[in-house]
Design a protein around this ligand. Structure first.
Ligand SMILES: NC(=O)c1ccc[n+]([C@@H]2O[C@H](COP(=O)([O-])OP(=O)(O)OC[C@H]3O[C@@H](n4cnc5c(N)ncnc54)[C@H](OP(=O)(O)O)[C@@H]3O)[C@@H](O)[C@H]2O)c1
Length: 336
């Protein structure tokens, strides 16, 4: 009996020591000092609309100088005027650039060099320019696959290339890639879109490993459905299956999503998610991604199995929706 008690006590002590050793090993892997946005130069691609515009407003409210990037000049000008209303001091500037981030890397680098000459080196780059398409794999025009990869993926690579060297020289910086929950889980109709958003995760993980010694931190944001002009446009051509699946979660406000993205980027968190579903997906897809905090790792270790179990419910109900839609469609085709 005494032997068994001693063994249990020794096991307990060994577990505590192993845990403390783990904390010691992972502590250099965790996040940096928060970045102050007061006086910082923040570049927001896709900053003339939706989530990007809200992100720019949030940064401006915290005292940042903003460079807004998008293609349509009148929408850029309108957004610039709207953002300027939120200034917290009279030195703040919103500079706007009309450029297509998906084309001509050299040109994107050139315009961002000009922006840095105006407002100083970039402290934070938020790659938010993006677009979506929903449709069955074989029905989506093949050009949509190419276009989405160009805008959503290369449109994040080019601006990042334009700022990363200076960030490395200054040994500081934040880079945000705006992915999507569709970049964590592939859903019906998103074969073209999801692939581009998953690609950002791979890019971010590899880049984070390269730039971490230079005190540069990467954040991948995974917004849920968010009420933006882009979302409204996507809904116009959404398949019935995708509409029914997305009914499983609520539509968020862009200001709320933007606040989370900016907060997580300031803290240097690798993964940024919104809401309970977002949190569950972040844990489920954490894989071997960079560590932002010990609490986050422990939560993943403890909750992963349970969340995987819960995911079975979602997968089954999505499969069920798709099967019902197929049966209904086949019935109506037979009747015609
Ligand atoms: N809304 C959602 O439900 C949701 C959910 C998850 C992830 N996201 C992601 O969040 C990001 C923003 O989405 P949103 O819904 O806010 O979109 P949005 O309202 O359509 O705004 C998109 C912005 O990107 C710009 N843009 C698009 N293509 C561009 C290009 N080639 N070069 C430069 N700028 C370009 C647009 O301006 P111009 O057209 O004038 O260029 C606009 O400023 C996207 O990456 C999207 O995939 C959105």
């Amino acid at each position: 009996m005494t032997g068994a008690v001693l063994l249990a006590a020794a096991t307990g002590v060994a577990l505590v020591l192993a845990f403390l050793l783990l904390l010691y090993i992972v502590s250099p892997l965790t996040s940096p000092k928060p970045l102050s946005l007061s006086g910082a130069h923040v570049v927001v691609t896709g900053g003339s609309s939706g989530i990007g515009k809200s992100v720019a407003i949030e940064c401006f409210k915290q005292g940042a100088f903003i460079t807004l990037i998008a293609r349509n000049e009148s929408r850029l000008l309108e957004a610039k005027r709207e953002i300027e209303k939120f200034s917290v001091n009279d030195k703040q500037v919103v500079h706007s650039i009309s450029v297509d981030v998906s084309k001509d890397c050299a040109n994107v680098e050139r315009v961002l060099k000009q922006a840095q000459e105006k407002l100083g080196p970039v402290d934070m780059l938020i790659n938010c320019a993006g677009t979506s398409a929903n449709g069955k794999f074989e029905e989506l025009d093949i050009s949509r696959f190419e276009q989405l990869m160009a805008i959503n993926y290369l449109g994040s690579v080019y601006p990042t290339r334009a700022v990363v060297t200076t960030m490395k020289e200054r040994r500081m910086g934040r880079i945000v890639f705006v992915s999507s929950q569709a970049g964590q889980v592939g859903l019906f109709g998103y074969s073209a879109y999801s692939a581009t958003k998953f690609a950002l995760r791979g890019l971010a993980e590899a880049l984070q490993m390269e730039v971490k010694p230079y005190n540069i931190y990467i954040t991948v944001a995974y917004p849920p459905d968010t009420d933006t002009p882009g979302y409204t446009e996507e809904n116009e051509t959404k398949t019935l299956e995708a509409k029914l699946i997305s009914e499983a979660s609520a539509v968020c406000k862009p200001d709320h999503v933007a606040r989370t993205i900016v907060k997580d980027a300031i803290l240097g968190k690798f993964s940024s998610s919104v809401g309970t579903d977002g949190h569950m997906l972040a844990v489920l897809t954490s894989g071997m991604s960079p560590i932002s905090s010990i609490a986050e790792v422990l939560e993943a270790v403890i909750c992963m199995g349970f969340f995987r179990f819960m995911s079975l419910y979602y997968i089954a109900s999505f499969d069920n929706i798709i099967r019902r839609c197929m049966v209904k469609k086949e019935k109506s085709e037979k009747m015609d």
